[in-house]
Design a protein around this ligand. Structure first.
Ligand code: GLC
Length: 418
């Protein structure tokens, strides 16, 4: 529950040119964003972050970022300009202000040394100085959930919650200042602030043990950060495929799959990609073309039977529907806590975007747990409410929170400062 210092959502009238950086998933992106009210023009470039950079030294990581920025700014012809920059840094940070963020702990496979406990805005400034040839004006450090909320609120004012179900999983929401025990900023209007929940770490104190399975425990033990991010490890893209693989290994050991003979490929950690889960579940149940192709061609298991394919599909469905329900329950709890008349949840991330059933499964679950609209609950409502009117929430795909959202935070920040 980390206060972000982001207090106002965009008005939709923000203007100007901004730079944004996005670090936190599988890639690193640099973006140039031109805001003209509701019109947004963007150009961006994706850079790879090699494994050895993710897990090397902090200096190496930030030097890599500075080098990518320099290349992008040169190509865009803006290397001489100093534009306001929003830095989407999608890891748990204690913010000391909008433009100062101390990394508490790496998550999602990152482990660069010497960054935990440091201000990442300062590390970036230092790296840019070391590089030379350009300057930056960092006006905000933003979590991707915050960016997603802001990006969605730009078009939909009832958006009070942001959710990411991608490589990692996390949520943020708009809280009233009087409820924020950690708040040390001013009490001026607007008396609200976005809270980065870092809910991926829910369960790290043991409260989820009653639902964790042997597969969750094995996955955690073999991960880069055992004991951490236990809720996230049950539902995000970095882990779903691996959970399915562990289930398949067990089915094989029990003799139920592949005649009890475990193919070598499935002995390897992370060999079953999360994208397979989305692809397999995207196919109609009576068809097996995709599933067969993945098992035969991609995994190289030539003699899988119809029953094997059935079981693989069941394992994918079990793992991903559990993930969607867990995400749905989290959202329902936050929505019930906020007590807004209407709440749109802005959602982004590869699992939500590409898994064909995730959205519907989440909504199905949320309908069970979100409080019904007060009018509909009255003993004698003025009118009959249709099934879709009973609830005050909806989930909306909010694309590019990490780019556009970061620029909007930067814009709102420059606007409030001016
Ligand atoms: C991890 C990070 C969190 C981020 C999420 C989604 O949970 O700790 O900050 O929002 O992944 O990218």
């Amino acid at each position: 529950m980390l206060p972000t210092y982001v207090r106002a959502v965009p008005k939709g009238t923000e203007q100007g040119k901004f730079l944004a950086l996005d670090l936190g998933g599988t890639n690193f992106r640099v973006l140039l964003i031109d805001l003209h009210g509701k019109h947004v023009k963007m150009s961006s470039k994706i850079f790879n972050v090699p494994q050895e950079v993710m897990t090397g030294t902090g200096e190496g990581l930030f030097d890599h970022i500075a080098e990518c920025m320099h290349r992008f700014m040169t190509a865009e012809g803006i290397v001489d300009q100093v534009l306001p920059l929003g830095f989407t840094f999608s890891f748990p940070c204690r913010q000391l202000g909008l433009a100062s963020a101390i990394l508490l702990k790496w998550t999602k496979g990152f482990k660069a040394s010497g960054v935990e406990g440091q201000d990442v805005a300062q590390l970036l400034r230092d790296a840019v100085k070391r590089h030379g040839g350009f300057s930056v004006d960092i006006v905000a450090v933003v979590n991707d959930t915050t960016g997603t909320l802001m990006s969605c609120a730009h078009s939909t004012p009832s958006c009070y919650m942001g959710l990411i179900i991608g490589t990692g999983c996390n949520a943020c929401y708009m809280e009233r200042i009087e409820n924020v025990e950690l708040w040390d900023g001013d009490n001026d209007e607007p008396r609200e602030v976005i809270i980065n929940m870092e809910w991926g770490a829910f369960g790290d104190n043991g409260v989820l043990e009653f639902i964790r399975t042997e597969f969750d425990r094995t996955l955690d033990e073999q991960s880069i950060n055992p004991g951490n991010q236990l809720y996230e490890k049950m539902m995000s893209g970095m882990y779903l495929g691996e959970l399915v693989r562990l289930v398949l290994v067990k089915l094989c050991e029990n003799g139920a799959l592949f005649g009890g003979k475990l193919p070598n490929i499935l002995k390897k950690k992370d060999a079953f990609y999360t994208k397979y889960v989305s692809e397999i579940e995207g196919e109609r149940e009576e068809h097996y073309t995709k599933c067969m192709k993945i098992v035969r061609d991609e995994l190289g298991i030539p003699n899988a039977s119809q029953e094997d394919l059935n079981l693989i599909r069941d394992a994918c469905a079990a793992v991903s529907s559990r993930a969607a329900y867990l995400a749905g329950i989290g959202c329902a709890t936050v929505i019930n806590h906020m007590q807004r008349d209407k709440c749109t949840v802005g959602v982004d991330g590869s699992v939500y975007k590409y898994h064909p059933k995730f959205h519907n499964l989440m909504v199905e679950c949320m309908k069970q747990y979100v409080d019904k609209r007060i009018e509909a609950k009255l003993a004698r409502p003025i009118r009959k409410f249709g099934p879709d009117e009973l609830y005050n929430f909806n989930l909306m795909l909010s694309e590019d929170g990490s780019g556009k959202g970061a620029a909007l935070v930067a814009a709102v920040a420059s606007h409030l400062a001016s």
